[in-house]
Design a binder for this molecule. Structure first.
Ligand code: ZN
Ligand code: ZN
Length: 299
């Protein structure tokens, strides 16, 4: 087991890199290969392995509801961190909070922030008392200050400014703390760190690309897969399989739909993610699990 703060042995990094490759396939043909940061998954997992308390935000609005990509990944990561003795708090806007609360993966702080309300964001950051921040499929503002979906549509009216936390955390000074972000399109929190590459890669890139940075940016085929990649990384570092079973992963998506979630591409209340049958996600989960199992050392 790697002590918190120590660099992972090279062999562990190789295994995590293998998981990174699996979750980085691009089923939607969005061009994500052009803004993947190789090695980022291992560095993100190492950062989280050393965390005291992690605040996780997720929830991407779709037609005024919340989408099925994000909350299941947030829950999977939260459960893995809790199993490792790391404290977790979810911070979610009131629209998406039911989609996280239904997954029973740690306490949920419901918070709505007005973009640019630095005082409110500062108070929230203090209240969360987190050593690390994680965003999984959470809208990050674009260059013009609006929030955009992948089609370039302005979704500012239905989006809370939780990305303000990541702007604060990036500043030198008392708010500074490590941040990890998972995205699959370039319009999410964290993608500001690779904005130049997003602009050239995705349709409407200049309009949709987020300016909100993160220290460790995990780009994946869907953001749930990226979160599973983080769990795989933690599993390798802790020498313990922390991934969800197929049944739990399936149940999570079903629960999100029962709580009002919809597919982020089709808008339908069906057990699909980004327009794909959930079986496609399970194939990725199984492949990632095989990588983890191959990495585990006898105790
Ligand atoms: Zn996305
Ligand atoms: Zn997605």
């Amino acid at each position: 087991m790697t002590p918190a703060g120590a660099a992972a042995p090279q062999e562990a990094v190789w295994h995590i890199d293998a998981a990174e490759a699996l979750v980085g396939i691009d089923p939607g043909g969005r061009g994500i290969a052009r803004f993947i940061v190789p090695g980022s998954l291992a560095r993100a997992a190492e950062a989280l392995r050393g965390a005291r308390r992690v605040a996780i935000t997720t929830g991407f609005p779709k037609d005024g509801k919340g989408e099925t990509d994000g909350p299941p990944g947030a829950a999977a990561l939260a459960r893995a961190l809790l199993a490792l003795g790391v404290e977790v708090v979810h911070v979610v806007d009131s629209r998406c909070a039911p989609l996280v609360a239904c997954l029973d993966a740690g306490p949920v702080e419901t918070a709505d922030l007005t973009p640019g309300d630095r005082a409110a964001a500062t108070a929230l950051l203090a209240r969360l008392d987190a050593s690390h921040l994680v965003a999984i499929e959470r809208p990050g503002r674009a260059q013009d200050g609006t929030y955009r979906n992948m089609r370039g549509v302005d979704i500012t009216a239905t989006t809370s400014g939780l990305d303000e936390l990541f702007l604060l955390a990036a500043e030198p000074g008392p708010h500074r703390r490590p941040t990890v972000a998972v995205g699959d399109g370039g319009n999410e929190v964290g993608m500001g760190s690779v904005r130049g590459r997003v602009v050239g890669a995705v349709p409407h890139g200049e309009v949709v690309a987020s300016v909100v940075p993160a220290d460790h940016v995990v780009v994946a085929g869907t953001s749930n897969w990226g979160a599973w990649g983080l769990v795989a990384g933690l599993s390798v570092l802790a020498n313990r399989d922390l991934l969800s079973t197929d049944d739990l992963a399936r149940a999570d998506v079903a629960a999100v739909i029962a709580a009002g979630g919809v597919d982020g591409v089709t808008g339908k209340a069906e057990p699909t993610v980004d327009g794909m049958p959930f079986e496609r996600s399970l194939e990725v989960l199984r492949a990632v699990r095989a990588v983890v199992r191959a990495a585990l050392q006898p105790a």
